[in-house]
Design a protein around this ligand. Structure first.
Ligand code: ZN
Length: 270
């Protein structure tokens, strides 16, 4: 009984984390049974082979269901890159073709205005099934949502191209000043994905936001993005919207139960 419960938990975990990992796990159990594979190492190897197989196959199959993969194999000439191969290994890099055009449009614009600038993509969506969320982002469930990394500079105001404060691009928060808008201050919601992760903050390098590029990117999303690419919303924490002077109808606060947006930009299209 315990064995079955463990298998169900592992299936759910793998599915929640990668969408396709649960399938690879079921295939592994089936084949291991037929081949009478007893060793754990053999089973893990078999799982990895199945997992790599379904992950690779998804890049060809998902487009037939309306989502395409952002590539994790950036060429030197690419202006849009995915933060880490981990995103692709976990199938977190799928968007609708329209969202891909928007992201490439933004990256091209940034490279035109600031030659050589690389725009960094973070979590997108899983390859299949509308309504299947990419945890912990509940809304990244339909291919129309994409997170983008901030543009950073070092302590001497030098732009850090393609660099993020945190290795995965998330959780290195820009802290508001005491006089800034802090709509969630003092709240203690228990059902929330707004995590402050205070104990992690000292580990991140103290890069600052590169304001020229940040302003240009958010302004492009709120103007050209809205007019030509169907951008619906851009989430940014209010203290950054104010500091950068990028207020616009599309630039919104996400509410206090969603993740903080002073470590990344969230974009969604219609
Ligand atoms: Zn997002």
């Amino acid at each position: 009984m315990a064995k079955i419960a463990n298998r169900i938990i592992l299936f759910i975990l793998l599915t929640a984390l990668t969408q396709l990992g649960g399938l690879a796990y079921i295939a592994t159990l089936g084949v291991a049974r037929v081949l009478r594979l007893g060793s754990v190492l053999a089973r893990i190897s078999l799982f990895l082979a199945f997992y790599m197989g379904v992950t690779y196959a998804a890049t060809f199959i998902a487009p037939h269901f309306g989502r395409v993969a952002l590539s994790c194999f950036a060429k030197p000439a690419d202006h849009l890159v995915v933060r880490s191969p981990l995103y692709c290994a976990l199938n977190r890099n799928y968007v609708t073709p329209g969202l891909l055009r928007m992201a490439e449009g933004l990256a091209d614009h940034m490279d035109t205005r600031f030659p050589g600038t690389v725009t960094v993509a973070l979590d997108a969506n899983f390859p299949f099934i509308d309504g299947f969320p990419l945890l912990p982002h509940l809304s990244h469930a339909d291919g129309r949502k994409l997170d983008l990394a901030f543009y950073y500079r070092d302590g001497e105001d030098r732009f850090l191209n393609g660099v993020t404060r945190s290795p995965i691009g998330y959780f290195a928060f820009e802290q508001p000043n005491s006089t800034d808008k802090q709509p969630c201050a003092g709240r203690h919601d228990w059902l929330t994905t707004r995590w402050d992760l205070a104990s992690l903050q000292p580990f991140f390098p103290v890069y600052g936001i590169e304001p020229e590029r940040m302003r240009a990117a958010v302004a492009w999303l709120a103007e050209t993005g809205v007019a030509e690419y169907g951008v619906e919303k851009v989430f940014l924490e209010p203290h950054l919207t104010d500091a950068l002077g990028v207020a616009a109808p599309a630039v919104r606060f996400q509410g206090c139960r969603a993740a903080r947006h002073d470590d990344h930009i969230h974009v969604q299209i219609h």
